[in-house]
Design a protein around this ligand. Sequence first.
Ligand SMILES: [Zn+2]
Length: 625
Amino acid sequence: GFCVRNVTTWSPVGAAFNAKPHRRLELFEKNVGLFGVPELSSPAGFEVTTKRALKDTQELVDKVCSSPPGAVTVETFDQLSDGLCKVADLADFVKVAHPDPSFREAAEKTCIEIGTVVENWTQKQGMLSNLNPFTVAELFMFDFAISGIHLDEKLRKEAVKLHVKLLDLNNEFLMGSHLPNRIAKSAIPEHIHCHFATEGSFIQIGGLHAESSNDLVREVAYRIFLYPNADLMECLEELLKCRNKLAKLVGYESYAHRALQGTMAKTPETVMNFLQLLTDKLSERYTMPKSTQFAEVFVILWLCFGYRYNIEPSLYSPYFSLGSCMEGLNSLFTKLYGVSIMSEHPSTGEVWNDDVRKLAVVHETEGLLGYIYCDFFHRANKPHQDCHFTIRGGRQCQESGQYQLPVVVLMLSLPHPTKSAPTLLTPSMMENLFHEMGHAMHSMLGRTRYQHITGTRCATDFAEVPSILMEYFATDYRVVNQFARHYQTGQPLPQSMVARLCESKKVCGAADTQLQIFYSALDQMYHGKPQNRSTTDILKDMQHKFYGLPYTPNTAWQLRFSHLIGYGAKYYSYLMSRAVASMVWKQCFVQDPLNRDMGERYRREMLAHGGGKEPMLMVEGMSQS
Ligand SMILES: [Zn+2]
C-alpha cells in the first residue's frame, strides 16, 4: 500500500534500541554496583566478594569431601559451584569487557585467585580437572567420575604431573598457532608486497588472506602462513601424546573416548560415522564449481568466502535497524513462547558502559524469567567476538525455595547509531544477533534444579542447537516479513529481496560444510588411538578422504588449528548441532515458524533441560509427542 509509517512508531523494545539512551542526572542516585552486586560499585569490591565466596565454599568443600558420594553431594556441589561461579563468571566477563582498566585488573585478580584455590582443592582432594577452573561445570559430580578421583596415590600424582605439563603445552601451542610467519621480501613478487605487513626486509604473514580477490596473494599467503614450524610441530605431537596418556591413566581407550563422555555422540565411532554420512549426503547434492579445475585449497577458501552473501548487504541494512530486529525477536518469542523482552532502565552503577541495555524477559503467566544485558556496540579494547556470557545460572534454591533467575550478557560489536540513523545491520549481523539471542533464550527458558547444568551449560555438541535454530528463523521469509522495514519510510523489505536473502545462505553452505567435516575428522584422528605417522601424514589422509582436494606440499595447516586446544576431539560439535537444528527446523517449524504449540513443545522438550537431560532423549521428545 501507500501507507508510509512514521519513524517513531517503534514498539518500546524497538525504540529502546533505535534511540540514543538519554542520560539522566545521576548525581544523587545510589550506585548499586555492577549487576546490582552492592560491593562492586568500585574495583576494590572484587576482593571483598572473592574472600567471602572462598570462605563460604571452603566449608562446603569440606562437607563434600568428608561424606561419601551421593545425592547430597550433588546438592552441596551445586551450592558450592554456585557460590564460586557467581563471583568467578562475573569476574570472567568483567576482565574482558569493562572499559575501566582498574575494574578489569581487579576482576582478573579474582579469576586467578579463585582459579588457584580451585586448582589446589582439586589436586589435594584428587578432583583432578582438566578444564578451565573458571568454568563451572567441571565442579560437577560427573567430572568426578571421569577424572582422577578413583586413582591410587601414585597414579594420581602422575596424572597431576601430566595435567600440569599439558597446561604448558596448551599455552605454547595456542601462542604459536597465532604467530605470523616471516619471509624475505625478495622472495615475493614486488607488486603484491602492498597486500602484506612488512618489517624491515621481511614480509609478515599472519593469516590466509582468504578474502583477497587476488589469486597470487592468496596462494602466497597460504604457502607462507602454513609453512611448518619445527618447534610447534614437536609441541603438538607431545601435546597429543600427553592427552592420550592422561586418558589411558584414568581408564579410557583414548583421549577422544574420554572427551566424548556425556555428549550426544558418546563415542568416536559415532562421530566418524556421522562425518562420513554428511560427506556422502553432500556429494549427492554438490559438485565443486567449474572454475576450480585447478583445484587448490586456497581457491576454494576464497570461493567459500566470496559466495557467502551473494547479495549486496548495504541494500538490506536500512530494513534491518537494530530496533526493528529487536522487535522481530520480541514478536517471535511472543508467538512461540508467550514471552516478551522488555527494555528496562539500569540503575546507577549497574552496567559497565552507558550504551549497555538491560532486558527483562517476562512470560505472560509465569512472570519474570531472567535478565539479558545487551552490550551491543563497538568500543575500543572490547573483544571482537560475538559472545554469550552466563553471569548467573538459573537454579532451584533449596535454601529459599525460590528459583534463582538467570542473568546473561550478550556481547556484539555493532556500529553506533549516528545523528541521522539508528544502528543498521547487514544480513550477517542480523543473523548473528538471532544466533546469540538463541543462546540467551536457552538460558532464560531453562528451568533446571542445578545451575551447573543450566541453559548453555550442556553437552558441547548440543550447545549450538538453540542458536543455530535461530539462524533458520532469521532467514525464513515468514519471520523476516514480520520485522524487516525501512527505518525511514517504514516500508517492508520487498519480496524479491527477501527471497534473494533466504537463497544466498545455501550457496556457500556445501563448500563450507565440507571444510568443517575435514577439520572435524582431523580432530578425531589426532585424539584417537596413537598412530605411527606424523600429524602431517594424518592431515594428508583426512584431507583426501573428506575434502577431496590434494594436500599442498610443505604446509602444515594443523599448526594453525588452535581449536584443537579448547575443543579437543569435540570440534565436530558445531556440525552435529547444525544437523540437529536442521532436523528440528524441518520436523517442527518449517511448516509454520510461528506456531505456539510447537514453540511450547520445543521449550518443554529441549530448552528447559539445559544439560540435565540426555540430548538424544530431548531430540526424541521433540520429534514425537
Ligand atoms: Zn553460538
